[in-house]
Design a protein around this ligand. Structure first.
Ligand code: NDP
Length: 422
């Protein structure tokens, strides 16, 4: 029924591809394309004989628009699922525009080289105007709206778990539980243990950049920025237990502030253990998180890329990780004149994920929604010309698909709320 071109073959892509192959009625043909073709071939070999989906592989460097255009022209997909890195978002969107093909991703644009003067000038202007200093924001991709409308194609942005499922939870809460949502607290808890003193659960470069940046939240129409890890709380997560969590800047705050009418405050919290935070601070203090190249023994290296080479590959954590994740949103607001609070969340078990697709739950909770987002677009259930965040579409078919494809959710109507301290 549909042909999907998947770009990237890392932790998230592997789960998304496994899930597409379980869903052969929708994804009759897929092409796995990435910078390292051997990884695509290895995944194709692993899946051979387990699925009716026909799989092809290709080599592509998605930093080069012309290479992506040539691949799209050759493979002729109905849509492109970008599960490479946020650095490739714009080149892949450009290629989709040039070829008239729908676009889907899981993370908003961030430049690889933050020393690029052209990017930096725009970034610094945005920091002043909007008041948050994260290196990523939606302005770059929202800017494609008119061009996607004119080309009559859809871009679906941010269909991972957060952003993605948390944003769909917000649309669902608004549709079925509230007349008006006043506050959203997004809680991302990983109660898993991989046994290493320090490792990141997804791409180390993207993960460490995110976590070591200033925090921020949105309140009464403006951003309030905090020092990294300045705001702390402790929460009792169903099926996981009590964990410390810290306020971070997170990309869905930006789109939910725009798309959930009347919302007064949006915050994002993630759990971290003390060992993770101590390692990260130490690495930051010695300069290992820097993205600026340095010369070493006559060779230019980027410290954070060198660190990535030293750290365990997130894909290798799967067989070692035990425990569960719990990710969801607490909403407060008003329904029929009465104040109410609800909590919608999913619990995912690392070992169960590994049994099913040989990945830990962090890749699983992102890869499953990536497949579901692609399914919404290729089946025409979510298809409008333009550029959209997931909360702008009808949440019901997506929520149904979460239950069906491995991420069942719970609505709790009497939850514990979040108390913060600094
Ligand atoms: P990985 O580092 O495991 O995989 C990235 C893949 O992209 C690799 O296969 C890599 O190829 C490929 N790639 C990198 N650069 C290029 C390029 N120039 N051209 C073609 N392929 C390229 O990352 P993850 O799987 O952990 O993350 C994938 C995406 O998912 C990221 O954008 C991340 O931000 C996002 N994400 C979203 C979440 C959400 O909830 N919304 C949560 C977690 C992640 P190679 O093998 O050659 O390096």
């Amino acid at each position: 029924m549909s042909r999907l071109l998947v770009i990237g073959c890392g932790g998230v892509a592997s789960v998304a591809i496994h899930k597409c192959c379980q869903n052969s009625e929708v994804f009759t043909d897929i092409c796995i394309a990435s910078r390292t073709k051997e990884k695509c071939d290895a995944l194709k070999d692993k899946l051979a004989g387990t699925t009716k989906t026909r799989i092809e592989t290709a080599k592509v460097d998605a930093d080069h628009v012309d290479e992506v255009i040539a691949l799209i022209k050759d493979y002729k997909p109905d849509a492109v699922l970008n599960v490479a890195l946020p650095y490739q978002d714009l080149t892949i969107m450009d290629a989709c525009l040039a070829t008239g093909v729908d676009y889907i991703d899981t993370a908003n644009f961030e430049p690889e080289n933050t020393d690029d003067p052209e990017w930096k000038a725009i970034y610094e202007k945005r920091c002043k105007e909007l008041g948050f200093t994260a290196l990523f924001d939606y302005s770059w991709q929202w800017d494609y709206k008119e061009r996607f409308e004119k080309a009559n194609i859809t871009a679906l942005l941010g269909t991972g778990f957060d952003p993605g499922v948390t944003s769909v939870f917000s649309a669902y809460a608004l549709k079925h539980y509230f007349d008006e949502i006043h506050t959203i607290d997004i809680l991302d808890c990983n109660g898993g243990d991989h046994g290493y003193p320090f490792a990141t659960n997804f791409n180390p470069e993207i993960n460490l950049r995110e976590v070591s940046s200033n925090g921020s939240y949105w309140e009464e129409g403006r951003w309030i920025e905090t020092e990294p890890m300045e705001i702390k709380s402790r929460y009792h997560f169903p099926q996981v237990g009590e964990k410390d969590m810290y306020l971070l800047h997170h990309e869905e705050i930006e789109s939910l502030a725009k798309n959930i009418p009347g919302v007064k405050r949006i915050r994002f919290f993630m759990t971290f253990g003390q060992s993770y935070l101590t390692h990260m601070k130490c690495l930051e203090n010695v300069g290992m998180l820097s993205t600026s190249p340095v010369m070493f023994n006559g060779q230019e290296i980027v410290p954070i890329q060198f660190l990535k080479a030293l750290l365990p590959d997130p894909a290798s954590l799967g067989p070692r990780t035990k425990g569960k994740t719990n990710i969801g949103c607490i909403f407060t607001g008003v329904k029929d004149g009465k104040e109410k609070t609800i909590y919608i969340y999913n619990v995912c078990d690392h070992e169960e994920c590994y049994k099913e697709v040989e990945s830990q739950a962090i890749s699983y909770t992102t890869g499953v929604p990536a497949m579901i987002g692609a399914m919404m677009v290729v089946t025409g259930q979510w298809k409008n010309p333009g550029v959209f965040n997931v909360e702008e579409f009808d949440p019901d078919p997506y929520m149904e698909a979460l239950n069906k494809w491995g991420l069942p959710w719970v609505v709790c109507e009497d939850p514990e709320t979040v108390t913060v301290w600094r």
